[in-house]
Design a protein around this ligand. Sequence first.
Ligand SMILES: [Fe+2]
Ligand SMILES: [Fe+2]
Length: 286
Amino acid sequence: MRFAFFGDIVGRSGRDGLAEHLPHLRRRLGLEFVVVNAENAAGGFGITESTARELFAAGADCLTLGNHSWDQREALTYIVREPRLIRPLNYPAASQAPGRGAQLFETEGGHRVLVINLLGRVHMEPLLDDPFSAVDRELDACPLGQAADAIVVDMHAEATSEKMAMGHFCDGRASLVIGTHSHVPTADAQILNGGAAYQSDAGACADYDSVIGNQKEEPLRRFTTRISGGRFQPAEGPATVCGVYVETDPATGLALRIEPIRIGGRLSQTVPDVAVEERLQAAPAP
Ligand SMILES: [Fe+2]
Ligand SMILES: [Fe+2]
């Protein structure tokens, strides 16, 4: 099975970049399922129904969130109505977070894909529940190769160490463990010893003439003067759409291949080479 994951969509630039590139990537790579992190989709802060609709229309099958999940208040009610939008699993029970932290999807090709969204705690919100025990319960309840044909874990975290540890923790039980939140793609795409594809950060879908997707002036002002001059605004130039392409073994759900995707904008470009006959095999029956 062939699927892709794209990192944090930042504002209009990221949404437009996904709309421009995802439709032809779906065909070119024979993608059966696409997960997109959307925590910065609405002006850099959170998600709204209208921005989510743009991403679904571009070809996203599932949207994940992160520390900015609730920046737009309407997300609190929209997520209850939209099962394709998921939020981090490990909010404390006392927070009564609406929506789901994990969701099982069925593709047009008849494959079952479980998507799990987690928030890290290192250099982030320390009062979250433990993401490791939270994901452990989900993976136990939905074994890869039995109850799910593919399992995608979006580990939204600041510390690379915490993301890498999560990769090893889920290894053998997930198809892909992918980091998000730091908005810069890392060069460590690999298949771990137990068969989970892994990359420490997917990167963002954003204008990279920026500071992690924001216009440069305000971050520079704060770093150099320590004085805020206003809120962060997403950079508005063409986005580089960043993510990973993954192929799994249909029998086990474990990864056979992971390759980075970077297309559009100013980062060095890379799109995996997928043979035509493979793409035809991947396409669902008419
Ligand atoms: Fe983000
Ligand atoms: Fe984030």
